[in-house]
Design a protein around this ligand. Structure first.
Ligand code: SF4
Ligand code: SF4
Length: 186
C-alpha cells in the first residue's frame, strides 16, 4: 500500500466536481473502513477504496486520479451496500475513472484498451461482437495468448461467433454514441 501525503494543496474544485458528477456527499464518509473490508479487489489495489474516499475529501486530485484502484474496480457495489452513511461509493469510483480518462490518466493501460475496444465494438455492431473485441484487444496490447485456452472450450458451445450478431436498433445505438460525442465536443 502506498503512503499518501495529505499535506499537498487542497483542490476544492475537484471535491465539488466529484460531488456534482456523482451526486454524493463525500464529506459524510467518516472512514469506518466498511467499504474496504467488503471490497473483493482490495488485494490488487494500490489505494484501498476507503482511502480513495479520503483523498477525495482531502481534495487530492492528482493522487486520486492517478491511482490504479479506480481502473481495477469491478463496480460490484459491495462498498455501496456496506456504507453506513449510504454513500454510493461505487459511483464515486466510477466518476473518478471517467474524470481520470478525460484528464488523460491511464495507470492501467490494458484496462483502458479493453474498455475502448468494447465500446468501439458496441458502437459498430449495436452490441459487443466478442471475436472482434478479442482481436482488437489482442492487436492493441500484444497479448495474443490471453485466454487462448478458453477458445476450444467455448467455441463448440456456440458462445463465440465468427460474425457479429444481427440486432434490431443497431442504428439507434450508433446514434447514442454520435450524440454523446457531439455533446462532449461542444
Ligand atoms: S465497487 Fe469497486 S471499490 Fe466497491 S467493492 Fe466493488 S470492486 Fe471494490
Ligand atoms: S463505508 Fe462509507 S463511511 Fe465507511 S469508509 Fe467507506 S465510504 Fe466512508
Amino acid at each position: 500500500m502506498n503512503i499518501v501525503s495529505l499535506s499537498n494543496s487542497y483542490d476544492a474544485d475537484f471535491v465539488s466536481a466529484v460531488e456534482k458528477e456523482s451526486k454524493q456527499n463525500v464529506s459524510l464518509c467518516y472512514q469506518c473502513g466498511n467499504c474496504t473490508a467488503g471490497c473483493p479487489y482490495t488485494h490488487f489495489y494500490d489505494i484501498p477504496v476507503s482511502q480513495v474516499m479520503r483523498l477525495v475529501q482531502a481534495g487530492q486530485r492528482e493522487t486520486a486520479l492517478s491511482c490504479k484502484s479506480i481502473w481495477l474496480c469491478a463496480t460490484c457495489e459491495s462498498c455501496t451496500t456496506r456504507c453506513p452513511n449510504e454513500i454510493d461509493v461505487a459511483r464515486v469510483m466510477d466518476v473518478l475513472r471517467h474524470m481520470a480518462r478525460r484528464a488523460g490518466y491511464a495507470p492501467e493501460p490494458k484496462v483502458k484498451t479493453f474498455t475502448d475496444s468494447f465500446l468501439s465494438s458496441v458502437e459498430k455492431h449495436g452490441r459487443v461482437f466478442e471475436m472482434g473485441l478479442m482481436a482488437t484487444y489482442m492487436s492493441k496490447t500484444g497479448r495474443f495468448l490471453t485466454d487462448a485456452d478458453l477458445g476450444p472450450k467455448i467455441l463448440p458451445k456456440g458462445k463465440l461467433s465468427f460474425k457479429p450478431h444481427p440486432i434490431v436498433g443497431k442504428e439507434q445505438v450508433a446514434n447514442i454514441f454520435k450524440r454523446y460525442n457531439e455533446e462532449r465536443n461542444s
